[in-house]
Design a protein around this ligand. Structure first.
Ligand code: ATP
Length: 403
């Protein structure tokens, strides 16, 4: 007898989602489609974790199925991807569901996005393109078997044993981003890789095959993993030797150090601080297709690392040295070099602000644009040295200068 999770669907999914799934079930019955909940949602039903995304797979053509739903006025189709025959669909009140056609993928070039894809294969064939057994479970949404779990690969036992297991020996070569997905699931759920999966991963990492792989896919996974912002995940990343994926050396940094620094100093991209402590290879940085702001973190880090700090004699010098650099880059620089100047800047100097504005200075008699800039710089110098502290001091200082 298969495990049946109808009860869990009723307890764990919102009423709107349940209603949408029942509509799908009826439409599938009426038009002869076979449909299933698939992947993360099934895993998270077992794990009692919060469920964010609902993925449904259609044995056949999902776009055709979604058109039937729309013809029946049950939903609005938001997006269709014709190549893979996937669709995003809106049911009542913000209830979105992603539909995918079953597909087999073929990777003619290792580590690249699949080029050849066979749409409309059996569910069993579809399951083998997935990353881990725990993500390869399906739940039938079909009338006679509604709620039955379909487990072709032993995923239920692996969930019970908290084990991450790939589906075949070529898995990491086909798609090395699965290494980082594994890291993410290990950290999120406290799972461990089974012995064979660990060996396959290490083999892939040690061979350092080639750089010609899909780095954007790896970027997306590493962003999700490091955005969990726990020191533990960084330690695990290094303990697994995953820095080798980036052709990097292991840095002498503990995850907790990074986490604590980030807890005390807000930055826009915490995940880049973790990554920036490891990723140095210029070719890979280029291949990551970073946004302009993200790129600046790496170029600022490299500029800082190439400069000579022996010239910094005062707080003002230190301030000017770090001022224009992305805050993430300053944190990375500190983590890599442990230079006290960086810590002084992060903890103290970067927080110092001039309270007077240009208009205040005009009122105090500094009228010329160039003079205003100079005066602000002088106030800054005084504030950084501790000679003046608050707005009152700033005004008094300006007055001494304009007398
Ligand atoms: P999360 O909770 O992080 O969203 P998820 O498993 O739902 O977890 P998605 O990225 O939404 O993650 O992927 C949905 C499903 O697609 C996965 O459960 C897995 O079956 C499959 N999948 C995603 N990425 C890959 C990959 N790189 N290789 C193979 N299968 C993948």
């Amino acid at each position: 007898m298969p495990i049946n999770l109808k009860d869990k669907i009723e307890h764990r999914l919102s009423e709107n989602v349940q209603k949408a799934l029942l509509s799908c079930s009826k439409t599938a019955e009426k038009y002869g489609f076979k449909i299933y909940l698939i992947g993360g949602v099934v895993r998270d039903l077992f794990l009692k974790k919060e469920i964010f995304d609902i993925d449904v797979t259609v044995e056949g053509d999902a776009v055709e199925f979604c058109h039937k739903l729309a013809d029946e006025k049950l939903c609005k189709i938001l997006q269709v991807q014709d190549k893979l025959k996937t669709a995003k669909v809106l049911f009542s009140e913000n209830t979105e569901i992603d539909f995918a056609s079953t597909r087999q993928e073929f990777y003619p070039k290792r580590g690249h996005l699949p080029v050849a894809v066979r749409i409309g294969c059996s569910l069993q064939e579809d399951v083998y393109r997935r990353d881990f057994t725990i993500n390869s479970l399906a739940i039938s949404l079909n009338k006679e078997t509604f709620g039955d779990v379909i487990d072709y690969v032993g995923g239920v036992d692996d969930i019970k044993n908290k084990t991450l297991k790939v589906l075949h020996d070529n898995s990491f070569c086909e798609d090395p981003s699965r290494i980082i997905r594994g890291l993410k699931f290990a950290a999120r759920f406290g799972f461990h890789r089974d012995k064979h999966t660990k060996e396959l991963q290490e083999k892939y990492q040690n061979e350092q095959l080639h750089k010609d792989i899909s780095w954007t896919r790896i970027k997306s996974e590493i962003k999700q993993a490091f955005s969990l912002n726990t020191g533990k995940i960084f330690d695990m990343f290094l303990a697994n030797g995953e820095e080798k994926l980036f052709y990097a050396q292991k840095p002498e940094i503990k995850g907790l150090e990074i986490q604590t620094l980030l807890e005390n100093h807000h930055v826009d991209f915490p995940w880049l601080v973790y990554l920036g402590c490891v990723l140095k290879d210029e070719e890979i940085i280029e291949a990551f297709c970073f946004t302009r702001a993200e790129k600046k973190v790496f170029s600022d880090r490299d500029t800082l690392l190439s400069e000579n700090l022996s010239m910094l004699n005062s707080n003002y010098d230190i301030y000017k040295f770090f001022e224009k650099r992305a805050p993430e880059a300053v944190l990375i620089y500190y983590l890599l070099t442990k230079r006290k100047e960086a810590l002084i800047y992060i903890e103290k100097l970067s927080k110092i602000r001039i309270e007077l504005k240009g208009n205040d200075l005009k009122e105090l008699g500094v009228t010329d644009g160039k003079e205003i800039g100079k005066m602000l710089d002088e106030i800054l110098k005084k504030k950084l040295s501790g000679a003046i502290v608050n707005k009152k001091d700033e005004i008094a200082f300006v007055k001494t200068k304009t007398k």
